[in-house]
Design a protein around this ligand. Structure first.
Ligand code: SF4
Length: 187
């Protein structure tokens, strides 16, 4: 006898953006529609070098299930990803490689620094360790902890989703953004 089919009735749909709706139509601004799509389809590129990477693996696993946020499709080529997740200690020798990976990502791109090492060098206050990845690339969200629990990583992704949803389509043409890129000598 076949098992009874069970449906997950707790699935929540993404909230509809603000706009006007009537019978058979819904209208909103282009910014909001694009923001909704981007927010729920961030493709992660894990740049994991040490212990925090293990926590990220747990975040991808069935129990924490990052796929719920539309981010199940991990990519290992920067050209197919828009969310760079740096998890672990970054040696100064590795910094140019991390920067190269960032540069190979197409705009719009976002960065999360996972854990104390990626955010600030962590306990490794020593000459070979980069004291935070924001010395070589801009960071959008910092996740604290050594290591952060998967819940904290999910919280960081949710914070980034908020930022992505509300980001103006023109932000990346703005003088402020250009100044930020200039400060990193990125064209
Ligand atoms: S923050 Fe802590 S757990 Fe994460 S890579 Fe550094 S030492 Fe390891």
């Amino acid at each position: 006898m076949g098992r009874p089919v069970q449906y997950n009735t707790n699935v929540k749909l993404a909230p509809i953006p603000e706009g006007y709706s009537g019978e058979g139509f819904m209208a909103t601004s282009f910014d909001k529609a694009i923001g909704l799509a981007r927010k729920n389809s961030l493709w992660p590129l894990p740049f994991a070098t040490s212990c925090c990477g293990i926590e990220f693996m747990a975040t991808m696993g069935a129990n924490y299930d990052l796929a719920r946020f539309g981010s199940e499709r991990m990519g290992f080529t920067p050209r197919q990803c828009d969310m760079l997740l740096v998890a672990g200690t970054i040696a100064k020798k590795m910094a140019p490689i991390l920067r190269q990976v960032y540069l190979q990502m197409a705009e719009p791109r976002w960065v999360i620094a996972i854990g104390a090492c990626a955010s600030s060098g962590g306990i490794f206050d020593s000459y070979p360790v980069l004291q935070g990845i924001d010395q070589v690339i801009p960071v959008d969200v910092y996740v604290s902890g050594c290591p952060p629990r998967p819940e904290a990583i999910l919280d960081g992704v949710i914070k980034l989703q908020d930022l992505v949803q509300n980001e103006s389509l023109r932000r990346r043409n703005s003088p402020v953004y250009k100044a930020l890129m200039d400060s990193y000598a990125i064209q």
